[in-house]
Design a protein. Structure first.
Length: 217
């Protein structure tokens, strides 16, 4: 079983994907970490994340161990990620990694949940289930701001909102695999929905379809 979970930054897609994977015993891949790792590797090499040659080389040399680096959660990595993500050659290299994960999930898992921006549209267009998780920009910025404060980091709400809008604009406007819901995705607007409610809605839908019942949406 393959489940695609897409959506903009801080929409709650990562939490939903993790919970679905745990609930259904599937492997989980946060594909944003791949782009973040490439972005950070380019910065660490002293190059600009928009530099096509440097970004492609970093994607080819990507070390899977780097995916556990805590620095990937930071905003520097996020901004660099959305720059390298607009480069077609980078996407082509990472596409292969993501498809291999979906087709042969690690540890013999019976399937995989991938979350990102283009899983339902490009990486796994034949996924069994597709969810597009979204929320208003101020709500998402508020969540990210609280998350940063809880981690003991300094954060200014207005700055977080601005960064998020810049990233949304870059991710939606790029020519290759832009952020958009797949035509057959179920859209979950979490502006007024907490993580438990989003999970319950998605899990109910999967159960209804899997048991041959009427899909909910
Ligand atoms: O999901 P996350 O915020 O970690 O993603 C970081 C950046 O990586 C996004 O802003 C986007 O530019 C890029 N990305 C992408 N396609 C994916 C996952 C992430 O372009 N499937």
């Amino acid at each position: 079983m393959i489940i695609a979970v897409d959506g903009p930054a801080a929409s709650g897609k990562g939490t939903l994907a993790r919970r679905l994977a745990q609930h259904l015993g599937l492997a989980h891949l946060d594909t944003g970490r791949l782009y973040r790792a490439v972005g950070l590797a380019v910065i660490r090499a002293g190059r600009d994340p928009s530099d096509t040659g440097a970004a492609e080389a970093a994607a080819r040399a990507l070390d899977p161990d780097m995916l556990d680096d805590p620095t990937l959660a930071g905003d520097e990595a996020a901004q660099a990620a959305s720059k390298v993500a607009a480069i077609p050659a980078v996407r082509a290299v990472l596409l292969q990694f993501q498809r291999e994960f979906a087709e042969s999930p690690p540890d013999g898992a019976a399937g995989a949940v991938l979350d990102g921006r283009d899983i339902g549209t490009v990486v796994c267009p034949d996924a069994d289930f597709k969810f597009f998780v979204t929320a208003s920009a101020p709500t998402r910025a508020e969540r990210r701001h609280k998350e940063l404060l809880n981690r003991g980091e300094t954060s200014i709400y207005a700055r977080v909102l601005q960064d998020l809008r810049e990233r949304d604009a870059r991710d939606s406007a790029r020519n290759v695999a832009p952020l958009k819901p797949a035509e057959d995705a179920i859209v979950l607007d979490t502006t007024d929905m907490d993580a438990d409610a989003a999970f319950a809605t998605a899990a109910r839908h999967i159960e209804a379809v899997s048991s041959g019942g009427v899909p909910t949406g």
